[in-house]
Design a protein around this ligand. Structure first.
Ligand SMILES: Cc1cc2nc3c(=O)[nH]c(=O)nc-3n(C[C@H](O)[C@H](O)[C@H](O)COP(=O)(O)O)c2cc1C
Length: 387
């Protein structure tokens, strides 16, 4: 295919991505008291070396209370900046753009890691700041009902919380990130405010659609006050959940935040009660693409599609059909961190493997030129199938 869109650079504000392949934020549950470790360097590094244009590091918490697990990354203090700077330096040196997601788990905080059951934690010697790790939310409601009850944030507490998002954005800039993604999806704190199911407040942060959106708008304003105008800002939404928040509200919110400096809506879904949802059928290839298409069309804003985008031609078709501007992958990159390099080969670009570092590119280009009968392992199931 001549000049596939997936590998055409895109410029957003002053940042140019060399292609449209984005590493979706993926929690590693591997932080130590909020600090990034060698694991984060290795993990972000391998995606950068695999050819992605933008590597968005995981939901990194704007305050201690917001940590979902003991392994969350933090940016609620300047002490966390050097560990993340190490990661951004590495990503940039591999010719990718470093991005980060900022988040707050709200009532979904203080839980075991998924592979440890994911349930609410109990106080114990492993957690030395149990009281500081408080569950807070829009309202004092748990979901499921068997979960510990969060405390509803008072109206007076909200400005300080909003300011923490701004301060975390400042630190993200100092750590060298060039793209910032605000996490307002998946049933976490900001989504708890957006949702009429989780938000039963009767102050200016609850009730009407606009009131429930207010904290997200204020977070965007706070982040933009500290995040340079030259750098792109993304907003991740559960465009639809199973609890009363949907595409119409998402479009309205996108229209409100675009003039305040949001450049891209990162279109996910679900999470309020657990399962992902889709208005268009079962969870299958590209199940959330309709949301990216809707936001792009109705809110006139760049959109990022995510969710079971697995194949190169699938990703390319989404772009060609004008359904999204960026393609994000998560689990397929766990399977194959070199997916962008592989996709470039399959779409017929980058014969010299220029999208990956020289220690890889040199040998792969040489093999491709000298042994024409060999095709990569990702092209078929066996020697028989791939020949
Ligand atoms: C291990 C793992 C960690 C994740 N962590 C985050 C996260 O920190 N923030 C977020 O918004 N989504 C997170 N997600 C969701 C992904 O970003 C993505 O939206 C979802 O996995 C669907 O894309 P996929 O089908 O390509 O995996 C995570 C997914 C996985 C598999």
């Amino acid at each position: 295919m001549a000049d596939p869109l997936l590998f055409r650079p895109i410029r957003i504000r002053d940042v140019t991505l060399k292609n449209r392949v984005v590493v979706a934020p993926m929690h590693q549950y591997s932080g130590v008291k909020g600090f990034a470790t060698d694991w984060h360097l290795m993990n972000a590094g391998r995606y950068a070396a695999g050819g992605a244009g933008l590597v968005i590091m995981e939901s990194t918490k704007v305050e201690r209370r917001g940590c979902g697990t003991v392994g969350d990354l933090g940016l609620w203090d300047d002490v966390f900046v050097p560990g993340l700077k190490r990661c951004t330096d590495f990503i940039r040196a591999r010719n990718a753009v470093p991005g980060i997601q900022l988040g707050h788990s709200g009532r979904k905080a203080r839980r075991a890691r998924p592979w440890e059951g994911g349930g609410p934690l109990q106080p114990g010697p492993d957690i030395d700041d149990w009281d500081a790790w408080e569950l807070v939310s829009a309202s004092g409601l748990a979901s499921p009902e068997s979960d510990p009850l969060p405390r509803a944030l008072t109206t007076a507490e909200i400005p300080a919380l909003v300011e923490r998002w701004g301060q975390a954005a400042r630190r993200a800039h100092e750590a060298g990130f060039d793209v910032l993604d605000i996490h307002a999806a998946h049933g976490y704190l900001l989504h708890q405010f957006l949702s009429p199911y989780a938000n039963r407040r009767n102050d200016e942060y609850g009730g009407s659609d606009l009131n429930r959106m207010r904290i997200v708008i204020e977070v965007v304003e706070s982040v933009r006050a500290y995040w340079p105008a030259s750098k792109p800002l993304f907003l991740r939404l559960s465009v639809e959940d199973d609890s009363g928040w949907g595409p119409a509200g998402s479009v309205e919110l996108a229209r409100l935040v675009k003039p305040k400096g949001v450049d891209v809506i990162d279109c996910s879904s679900g999470g309020m009660r657990g399962a992902p949802v889709t208005s268009t059928g079962p969870v299958t290839y590209g199940y959330q693409v309709p949301y990216a298409e809707r936001l792009r069309r109705d809110a006139d804003i760049l959109s990022m599609a995510v969710g079971l985008i697995v194949h190169a031609d699938q990703a390319e078709a989404i772009l060609q059909e004008g359904r999204a501007d960026l393609i994000a992958l998560a689990r397929e990159l766990l399977y194959n961190p070199n997916w962008p390099m592989d996709a470039a080969q399959k779409l017929g670009v980058d014969a010299q493997f220029g999208s990956v570092p020289s220690p890889q590119a040199y040998w792969l280009a040489k093999r491709a030129q000298s042994v024409k009968s060999v095709v990569p392992s990702t092209y078929g199931r066996s020697l028989k199938a791939s020949s």
